[in-house]
Design a protein around this ligand. Structure first.
Ligand code: SF4
Length: 258
């Protein structure tokens, strides 16, 4: 007989207003195949997880959950979802690193009547990605750079698979928002903004959210005793991105800064 499916979750955040419609519970899953220079959750990156386990004798890499355990947490705020049009969001890390667990959480959430949003890097085998689409109501699809070489520089992986999966989601008519973290010295130039906007418009994307660079994860690098590439880099604020946002609007995209 098949045993229960377990997953590793490094945080469950209630009352989130920024990760899909309405009031949401966000489940952050451990494990990510990318290693973004600006990552605010370095404990979730695959190559840091062993260190995160050891840190201060208390694991930073997460706790083991069953799907039922996750759903019990999500259930606590059902009345707020109903009032606000909210629900559950799976995020990470990259949720699809724990594909079987996520599929089961999403399936049970659907049965319980929760709206299901998935935030993904899109960096997953196409088959896995396709399967998951059937269990999701909204995708928050992260894209870091339009150019693969620069994508590798910033995240450790190219963007080919990511763009392919974005195409798959668009072809299936999946409701989605592309999220772009705007990072100083990486993708914040007018040229990068214009190229990103042009690419997304040609692909048929309609909605884009810009996420200004912040320093909320800086302390974690100290705790994990790993170097932080963005140390001392100034944060961006929504007002800094007005010109960048306009580049997307000029391509007919609905664009806002979170
Ligand atoms: S995709 Fe997100 S979680 Fe993964 S390394 Fe990049 S910023 Fe961190």
């Amino acid at each position: 007989m098949k045993g229960p499916v377990y997953g590793k979750v490094f945080n469950i955040q209630r009352f989130s207003l920024n990760d899909g419609p309405g009031i949401r519970t966000v489940v952050f899953l451990s494990g990510c195949p990318l290693c973004c220079r600006w990552c605010s959750n370095p404990e979730s990156q695959n190559h840091n997880r062993e260190r995160a386990e050891r840190c201060d004798g208390e694991s930073m890499s997460g706790k083991r959950y069953t799907p039922q355990g996750v759903l019990a947490e999500v259930e606590k705020d059902r009345c707020f979802y109903e009032e606000s049009g909210g629900g559950m969001t799976l995020s990470g890390g990259e949720p699809l690193q724990q594909h079987a667990f996520c599929m089961e959480v999403l399936r049970q959430a659907g049965e319980a009547g929760f709206h299901r949003t998935l935030e993904t890097t899109g960096h997953a085998p196409e088959d896995t990605f396709r399967q998951m689409l059937s269990q999701v109501d909204l995708l928050l699809f992260d894209l870091k750079h339009w150019q693969s070489e620069r994508h590798i520089w910033g995240t450790g992986v190219g963007n080919e698979l990511i763009l392919k999966n974005l195409c798959v989601a668009l072809q299936q008519g999946m409701p989605l928002v592309v999220r772009i973290p705007v990072i100083p010295g990486f993708n914040d130039s007018r040229e990068d903004g214009a190229n990103m906007a042009s690419l997304l418009s040609r692909m048929g994307v309609q909605k884009v959210e810009l996420l200004p660079f912040h320093q909320l994860g800086e302390k974690k690098y100290e705790q994990l005793e790993i170097p932080y590439a963005m140390k001392g880099v100034g944060q961006l604020h929504p007002e800094d991105l007005q010109g960048y946002e306009a580049l997307f609007r000029a391509q007919g995209l609905c664009c806002r800064t979170d």
